[in-house]
Design a protein around this ligand. Structure first.
Ligand code: MN
Length: 240
């Protein structure tokens, strides 16, 4: 891990980082990546400037996280479905909804790269400049009903995010009956029948290491200052 972290820092300093599948950063050389198919999946634009979430989430992390890591999930998903029009015509949601139905040779790639694309596309929208605070309306009521209080929800969510061993995410989900907090490993997407993902935090080291190093708890605490609760409330209002 030390080697990878050191390599990450060096590669960022040199401005020549090559990102491989799964978000692992390599510093093996400046070999250009093979040209990836241009579609059908595309990297969504960030809904704000890369430095908009400062000081909570730093601009350099956002640049690399969105422009390199998310872009690589998209490129690798496009590679996985290249030459398979029956898959390339589907939305990433539909691909992830029934992984078992996919051809075995693309299943892992869709799970990891498609999951990465799906999760990050949501994640950017779940944050905003001037966010934070607490939700209002029906979501506020449901949080109180499901968890007892906003403070208890925040505690449970933070605990799941902190306790996720290795790389993964913590999510606030509507499960069809109530709200629940769930940790998921790697880029496994929170897609299941009757489930709506409301809020997620990326706890891969690439999401926080430049600013917070090993202090994941500080990153989680800072995340609550940029949560776009209006977006989360809207998803709750339109839940399945
Ligand atoms: Mn990420």
């Amino acid at each position: 891990m030390i080697t990878r972290r050191t390599a990450l820092k060096q590669s960022i300093a040199a401005g020549a980082c090559v990102t491989l599948a799964g978000g692992v950063t390599s510093f093996l050389g400046a070999q250009p990546a093979p040209a990836a198919p241009a579609g059908p999946f595309t990297l969504p634009k960030l809904p704000y400037a890369t430095d908009a979430l400062e000081p909570h989430i730093d601009g350099r992390t956002m640049e690399i996280h969105h422009g390199k890591h998310h872009a690589t999930y998209v490129a690798n998903l496009n590679k996985a479905v290249a030459g398979k029009p029956e898959l390339a015509g589907k939305s990433v949601d539909d691909l992830l909804r029934d992984l078992a139905a996919l051809p075995a040779e693309v299943r892992t790639a869709v799970r990891n790269q498609g999951g990465g694309h799906y999760n990050h596309s949501l994640f950017w929208q779940m944050m905003k400049k001037g966010g934070g605070g607490e939700p209002g309306g029906k979501l506020q009521e449901e949080i109180a009903r499901s968890f007892g209080s906003f403070a208890k929800f925040k505690e449970d969510f933070s605990k799941a995010a902190l306790g996720q061993f290795g790389s993964g995410w913590a999510w606030l989900l509507w499960n069809g009956t109530k709200l629940e907090v769930k940790g998921l490993p790697n880029q496994d997407a929170p897609i299941a029948p009757g489930t709506t993902a409301l809020l997620g935090i990326d706890v891969w080291e690439h999401a926080y290491y430049l600013k917070y190093q090993n202090r994941r708890a500080d990153y989680i605490s800072a995340f609550f200052n940029v949560v776009a609760w209006d977006f989360v409330e809207d998803r709750f209002a339109r839940k399945a």
